[in-house]
Design a protein around this ligand. Structure first.
Ligand code: PEP
Length: 247
């Protein structure tokens, strides 16, 4: 089954109102590569303004609460993101899992809340450096997939991003062979967990120090359907070469 390539930028805690111009430049440039999905996930504060200024369905949040509303000071729910114009949300990013102690069960609850609110989901998994070095990366990541995946979902609306933690923001990247092996293992587990048709329809993104120089090679690895990009998604100059490599 043909899966459309998907390139998503995670702006993390970067961007002020003036950055909407950069988002516009990114989407204007990306139009040249028609048959590919491109999205940006800015901080909550920019979701509404960016969603208004850019193509429909291309802006997302970086996290959401698992409850729809309530006494959760500082949190933002999935229905709130949808109300602000978001079409997708990242859940389970390692900076949330590690920095905020989010478990697989937390991530699964967030993914379920997002889907219920009509958002698409990018569900992140990935191993720390020690696990990679000890040879346990595949088992570790497959356990995250098993524990974080909602019980039921539309495979067209849930993508998995494999992001080795040691590759995020470090300039280090796994070998293409390691990426292909991990993505193949995730696809095989999805096959067993959700069935062959759903597994074949789901997009698997690679994330971790993707840039214009390495994107073509990483995106060419087996079972890689796109990229989740942090630092290099902040400007059109750095992000568009990655979009071009995916097209
Ligand atoms: C990320 O944070 O999701 C990420 C992949 O970051 P970077 O591209 O900067 O490594």
């Amino acid at each position: 089954m043909a899966r459309r390539k998907y390139v998503v930028g995670n702006w993390k805690m970067n961007g002020l109102a003036a950055s909407i111009d950069e988002a516009r430049a990114i989407f204007d440039g990306a139009r040249a590569y028609g048959a590919i999905d491109v999205a940006l996930c800015p901080p909550f504060t920019l979701v509404a303004a960016m969603a208004t200024a850019t193509p429909e369905g291309a802006v997302g949040g970086q996290d959401c609460h698992s409850a729809a509303s309530g006494a959760y000071t500082g949190s933002v729910s999935a229905p709130m993101l949808a109300d602000a114009g978001a079409a997708l949300v990242i859940v389970g990013h390692s900076e949330r899992r590690e920095g905020f102690g989010e478990s697989d069960a937390d991530v699964r609850a967030k993914a379920e809340a997002a889907l219920a609110a009509g958002l698409a989901v990018i569900l992140c998994v990935g191993e720390p450096r020690g696990v990679r070095e000890s040879g346990g990366a595949i088992d570790y990541v497959l356990a995250q997939v098993a524990g974080s995946l909602p019980a039921e979902f539309d495979p067209a609306r849930l993508a998995i991003a494999y992001e080795p933690i040691w590759a995020i923001g470090t300039g280090l990247v796994p070998t293409v062979g390691d990426v292909a092996a991990m993505h193949g293992a995730i696809r095989a587990q999805l096959d067993a967990q959700v069935g062959a048709d759903a597994a074949a329809a789901m997009r698997l993104l690679y994330g971790g120090s993707v840039n214009g120089d390495n994107a073509a090679e990483l995106l060419g690895a087996g079972d890689v359907d796109g990229a989740l990009v942090g630092g290099a998604s902040l400007t059109a100059e750095k992000f568009l070469p990655i979009v071009a490599a995916a097209a």
